[in-house]
Design a protein around this ligand. Structure first.
Ligand SMILES: Cc1ncc(COP(=O)(O)O)c(C=O)c1O
Length: 479
């Protein structure tokens, strides 16, 4: 029998006689506080629990399973080192009420992240506080309101959004009390300058725009648009959700935008979806920096301090300093990529999107509306497929599940009928892009009845979404 060098006794004799109780009686709990009946919870072995959750995890689909081309959502692969570093106890164990002298390293990271975002966007100052893109828009709109109030322009109650805008844009403007004016795009899929000119007035507070827009088309008239908006006394707001397309190539600050929000959980590599957590930092030009939320992180000599002394600040939009872990992941990502790496993100994401677009366009089943060249994402219409075979965008999306692929965004932007909005991102290989295109082409050639019945290979079949929406069950019921 095996023996330790320094012991004569067999090692097994030193083990306890009884199997160790993982959940022993807690003797020190006073008798009157102890429960009389056992809790009504499943009594399972560890292995059963592990198998249960592992099986559930396999029923899910994430970027680790395969391509996830959810247009407008930038579901790119996130390097694991970003997660690992954000999980260091040096970050996870700090408390927001800790004295700032004891969290100098974290403050330094946040400060430096702000500096990097300033350079990337061409803005003057940043707040990392908002917890999502839409939250950043909300803060941006609060700043628009504070700016006009400070100028005595209370009558500026209108925010203009193009019809390609993400739904959160009008919602955020409305939440801050603005009236939303939607303007139609021109035949190129971009802002119609004539319509914009007619819409701008002394009631306009801001124009909200993303560039490239949600069709993946770059607004090449942006400098003229900026002049028109500023001449009308309004501000220009940049929805930075599509920044992936222009990283290191063009800066919203140089295009004339006054306020931007970024989605760190898209462009700067934090898992996105499932409700967060995210980070939607907001950057502003110098004249607006006094309105940013407090506290602001300042560098004084070699020290970093939290400065609350901004009397014109719109106040806090989130408790403490924002989703710090997400900011740390973005910081690590920026260090990993470096200046040239960021440019490559833009180049490859645009190349991938145009590669797929070309292949699909040629098929005759997927129509490409508007002009040809796209940025990081493109929108095709399934109208030809609907006309020829009665197959709609929703059917194509559901059938992709049977191919083991995640569908793209569908029916958005609203101005394209039967829209599939595809954003491959820069992190996919040519083989994966080809596989996805092949699946879309194969679906187009399939028996339409099979496609309309899809999915047939997933744990859940197609659900009646209207029924589900009208009969919401939000709590677990043991039936
Ligand atoms: C163009 C655009 N703007 C804003 C948002 C809102 O961002 P978030 O989901 O982080 O609130 C999104 C999200 O998908 C988007 O695609």
């Amino acid at each position: 029998m095996y023996r330790f060098a320094s012991f004569d006794e067999p090692i097994l004799n030193r083990l306890p006689q009884k199997r160790v109780e993982v959940n022993p009686e807690i003797e020190w709990v006073p008798e009157k506080l102890r429960r009389k009946t056992p809790p009504n919870i499943p009594n399972l072995e560890e292995q059963q629990v592990v198998r249960h959750f592992f099986r559930l995890s396999q029923m899910n689909y994430g970027i680790e399973n395969g391509m996830y081309p959810l247009g407008s959502c930038t579901m790119k692969y996130n390097p694991k080192i970003c997660e690992d570093i954000a999980n260091w106890r040096a970050f996870t164990d700090i408390h927001p009420y800790q004295n700032e002298s004891t969290v100098q390293g974290t403050l330094q990271i946040l400060y430096e992240l702000e500096q990097m975002l300033k350079e990337i966007t061409g803005m003057h100052a940043f707040s990392l506080q908002p917890a999502a893109g839409a939250h950043g828009e909300f803060l941006g709109m609060l700043i628009v309101r504070a700016y006009h109030e400070s100028m005595g322009n209370e009558e500026r109650r209108e925010v203009i959004v193009p019809d390609t805008a993400h739904g959160t844009n009008p919602a955020s403007a409305r939440m801050v009390g603005f009236d939303v004016i939607e303007i139609p795009s021109n035949s190129e899929g971009t802002v119609d300058l004539k319509v914009l000119e007619k819409t701008l007035s002394d009631k306009t507070a801001a124009l909200m725009l993303t560039n490239p827009n949600t069709l993946g088309i770059f607004e090449s008239d942006i400098l003229e648009i900026a002049d028109m908006v500023h001449d009308a006394g309004a501000l220009l707001y940049y929805d930075g959700a599509n920044l992936n397309a222009i990283l290191g190539k063009a800066r919203p600050g140089d295009m004339g935008f006054d306020i931007v929000h970024l989605n760190l959980h898209k462009t700067f590599s934090t898992p996105h979806g499932g409700g967060g957590p995210g980070a939607g930092p907001v950057g502003v030009k110098e004249s607006l920096s006094k309105f940013l939320p407090v506290p602001r992180i300042k560098k004084e000599g070699n020290r970093y301090v939290l400065d609350y002394n901004y009397p014109h600040s719109v106040g806090k939009v989130r408790d403490f300093y924002g989703n710090i872990e997400v900011c740390i992941k973005a910081y690590v990502y920026l260090l990993l990529m470096g200046r040239n790496g960021l440019k490559e993100v833009a180049e490859i994401s645009v190349l991938n999107s145009n590669y797929m677009k070309e292949k699909l366009k040629k098929s005759g089943f997927y129509h490409l509306p508007y002009r040809d060249l796209r940025k990081h994402e493109f929108v095709v219409s399934c109208e030809p497929l609907r006309e020829k075979k009665g197959v709609r965008a929703i059917d194509v999306a559901k059938r992709l599940l049977d191919y083991g692929l995640h569908p793209p965004t569908i029916y958005f932007p609203l101005i394209v009928k039967e829209a599939l909005m595809i954003e491959p991102t820069e992190t996919e290989t040519k083989e994966d892009l080809d596989r996805y295109v092949e699946a879309l082409l194969s679906i187009a050639n399939e028996d339409p009845e099979i496609v309309k019945e899809a999915p047939s290979k997933t744990p859940n079949r197609r659900i009646d979404e209207a029924f589900a929406a009208k009969n919401l069950v939000l709590t677990w019921k043991d039936i």
